[in-house]
Design a protein around this ligand. Structure first.
Ligand code: HEM
Ligand code: HEM
Length: 328
């Protein structure tokens, strides 16, 4: 196989698309966005594998050259990306499973992120310049064939898993629907289940302690965790529009803040869709799932469903003024 500059440039585009769509797959919560993003993600990731025969030729040429800067980083990059791609496929085929407390998806995302500095170093030590002639009809045809092959490979991996694997378009598999005690307990990065005394502090709404009154709002909603599992439950509590009353003039957002300091901000217009829940499936929430109260944010990924809610504040800041993913 003859591989060269165009193979390298194709790899660059594909890794960039895989990183962008992988990150976007955590941000989108409902179809059709979820299917579009994860299909593009699977195809760009698997297209990297389809280019291996051509890249092998490039890399082999590197081995015939005397030792040079960035060689080791290039090989380490290959190892990390191969682990990332294979653990991505494991998540797709086997679903949410833990081995020694670690999931395939955690290894997948960690190796992808670790690959970024190595890729940057590889680009610095092995620069390649695009040329106007790269946009020839032949390259476009090759790109089209690669795209078709990648989509076929993505379709194939989706059929490899057992038929019983209930999977959402986000790639998450079903765990504990309508049986809340069977849902895994997962937290965003450094967040931990707080001690009881801390969880049981009174709820503050706009700075004042509030007793929750009648809790008879109920919704059936899917909690789709970025850890790779999802569960449908009947959540019971009170919708934020009822809890907060009419929003004051100038209000643009609602901040929902956990006793751990974890927080997310929502557009004030969505108050009627957001539920402050105290029970699921007729049972009070467990400590791992946010007792005594958590937010239910239908259509959004799990990291929006703030647990151990300690305070809710209506603010004038716009909803976009927050990091897209929690920094905690
Ligand atoms: C170099 C970067 C990356 C590559 C090459 C890559 C590649 C892949 C591949 C090949 C799959 C399997 C898809 C399938 O078999 O259908 C996958 C799944 C997945 N990846 Fe990535 N990925 C990368 C980065 C990321 C990042 C940064 C995230 C999230 C922050 C992410 C999240 C996911 C998720 C949630 C799945 C499961 C969704 C599905 O099954 O389609 N990936 N990835
Ligand atoms: C994305 C995945 C990539 C992997 C896993 C990868 C891996 C490697 C490896 C292992 C080598 C041989 C190591 C060496 O001798 O230095 C190599 C060589 C090379 N790579 Fe990459 N690479 C990737 C992407 C890229 C990109 C995006 C570019 C540039 C745009 C590039 C440009 C080169 C060049 C110019 C060589 C040298 C070939 C020679 O010495 O004749 N690579 N790559």
């Amino acid at each position: 196989m003859r591989g060269g500059r165009r193979t390298n440039l194709a790899l660059l585009v594909l890794v960039a698309v895989a990183l962008a769509t992988g990150t976007a797959s955590f941000a989108v919560g409902a179809p059709p966005a979820t299917s579009l993003v994860t299909t593009a993600h699977a195809a760009s990731g698997l297209a990297l594998l389809l280019l291996v025969p051509w890249k092998q030729a490039v890399a082999r040429r590197g081995l015939t050259r005397p030792a040079h800067p960035g060689r080791r980083a290039g090989w380490l990059l290959s190892v990390l990306l191969l682990i990332s791609i294979s653990t991505g496929v494991v998540q797709e085929v086997a679903g949410f499973t833990t081995v020694l407390g670690i999931t395939a998806l955690q290894v997948h995302v960690a190796t992808a992120l670790l690959a970024i500095p190595l890729l940057v170093r590889h680009l610095v030590t092995h620069p390649q310049r695009p040329r106007a002639s790269d946009l020839s009809r032949r390259t476009l045809l090759a790109a089209g064939l690669l795209g078709a092959g990648a989509l076929a490979a993505a379709g194939l991996t989706r059929r490899l898993g057992p038929a019983s694997l209930a999977q959402r378009a986000t790639g998450s598999t079903e765990r504990g629907s309508f049986v809340p005690s069977r849902m895994p307990v997962t937290q965003w990065f450094t967040d931990v289940v707080p001690p009881r005394a801390q969880r049981d502090a009174p709820l503050l709404v706009n700075g004042a302690p509030v007793e929750l009154g009648v809790l008879d709002d109920e919704v059936e909603a899917v909690l789709d965790c970025t850890g790779g599992w999802f569960a449908t439950q009947r959540w019971r509590g009170i919708h934020l529009d009822r809890l907060l009353g009419a929003a004051p003039a100038g209000a643009r957002s609602i901040d929902v803040i956990s006793t751990t300091g974890y927080r997310r901000r929502f557009p004030v217009e969505q108050a009627g869709e957001l539920l402050l829940a105290t029970s699921a499936g007729g049972q009070p929430l467990s400590p791992g799932h946010g007792a005594p109260r958590r937010l239910v944010a239908p259509g959004r990924r799990g990291f929006w469903w703030v647990k151990w809610v300690a305070a809710i504040e209506v603010v004038e800041d716009p909803p976009w003024r927050q990091p897209p993913f929690p920094l905690q």
